[in-house]
Ligand binder design. Structure first.
Ligand code: PMP
Length: 366
């Protein structure tokens, strides 16, 4: 009898900070009304994992009566090779959102501040606030670009961590190497700067920030990467940080034990193989081309879209945000709406992108 579970006594207290925490509103699954819908609300890959990766994950299931290698030696070795660093500089967990949480747990004491742009990834205020940290949200400019002057000015004696999300989710703009370098000059060395590059592979190759070099010049920089987007492993949950060994070790101390599962480690390792990298590179080109096609069509309809460097485009619709999302939903496209700011649409399979163009055109002519 499910109802027989006793309620916890009234004296059980939840932390007061929970009341202020925003909810993480995940991309909602399509309504079950029989209509065919495309879910383009979570920046997932429209492609299933590459076959060699699927095979590696499936084969690894054989060994899942054992815990994974807690040190993930093979994967960290391979990631070290990819980034030209020692494996001791790689810290893994169940998705880069978890690694970001580890970073907060490793750096932030009660009342310490974490500076990041807003709007940005909606997990940041939850990760910071749930740990008793103080989120310091620095508004993007009117053009939805970074305001690095304001971000530098927001740093105080209590700031422990600054997060730069580039390309920024959900708005799409990115930072150049020069911008990041210039910003780092203004950040005290004892403040850690995390560069969240979940969407790095979708960046216009001509202007993508050379973060590997930045990382070598600044010991306080941490790179955050994921296998969830281009690699298409969102459902397996695996991501990592590249950091100085001292910071990487601190992440290892606070992370959930055995977070990177056996199949996730195997799939991530297979993703790094040369032939798989080539296939993933072709997919990135395809998505960038589709993004250009969508943006050109929207521009022809009269839309003024902000810079889009991720696998998504952002409509800054203000008060019309919710109505646009409903308009799209009723026509078969599930988008992500952000309060009264705007709507994000993932660049997905061609049919979904065509539908996005069609709906955006209908909206303007309604
Ligand atoms: N960073 C950003 C900016 C994201 O948008 C996401 C996914 N939505 C993540 C990190 C987390 O990715 P994951 O936890 O799946 O690795």
């Amino acid at each position: 009898d499910r109802d027989a579970v006793p309620a916890p006594p009234e004296t059980v207290r939840l932390r007061s900070t929970l009341e202020q925490l925003p909810a993480y509103v995940a991309g909602k699954p399509a309504a079950d009304d029989g209509m065919r819908r495309f879910k383009v609300s979570s920046n997932e890959s429209p492609f299933p994992p590459v076959k060699a990766v699927r095979d590696a994950a499936t084969a690894a299931l054989e060994g899942t009566h054992r815990y994974p290698d807690a040190a993930a030696r093979e994967l960290r070795e391979a990631l070290g090779t990819k980034h030209g660093v020692d494996p001791s500089q790689i810290a893994l967990s169940t998705g880069s959102v978890a690694v970001t949480g580890d970073l907060v747990r490793a750096l932030v004491d009660q009342g310490d501040e974490v500076v990041y742009p807003w709007r940005s990834f909606e997990a940041y205020p939850i990760l910071v606030g749930s740990h008793g940290g103080v989120p310091v949200q620095v508004p993007l400019t009117e053009e939805l670009e970074y305001d690095l002057d304001a971000m530098a000015a927001a740093i105080t004696d209590r700031t422990r961590l600054v997060i730069l999300c580039t390309p920024n989710n959900p708005t799409g703009a990115s930072l150049t190497t020069e911008q990041i370098e210039g910003f780092l000059e203004r950040v005290p060395e004892d403040v850690v700067v995390a560069i969240d590059e979940a969407y790095r592979e979708f960046h216009d190759p001509a202007t993508v920030a050379g973060t590997a070099g930045i990382f070598r010049r600044h010991g306080n920089v941490v790179l955050l990467r994921t296998f969830s987007k281009l690699q298409g492993l969102a459902g397996l949950r695996i991501g990592y940080a590249v950091a100085h060994p001292r910071l990487a070790a601190a992440l290892g101390q606070v992370t959930v034990p055995f977070g990177a599962s056996v199949p996730a480690q195997a799939a991530a390792l297979a993703s790094l193989r040369g032939d798989v990298q080539e296939e993933l590179g072709r997919r990135a080109v395809w998505i960038r081309d589709e993004r250009s096609r969508v943006l050109a069509a929207l521009a022809a309809q009269g839309w003024q879209m902000p810079s889009a460097q991720g696998n998504f485009v952002y409509f800054p619709l203000g008060e019309q945000t919710a109505s646009f999302a409903e308009f799209a939903d009723s026509r078969g496209l599930v988008l992500r709406a952000y309060g009264t700011d705007g709507v994000r649409a993932t660049i997905a399979e061609q049919e979904a992108n065509d539908l996005l163009i069609e709906i955006a055109g209908q909206w303007r002519q309604r």
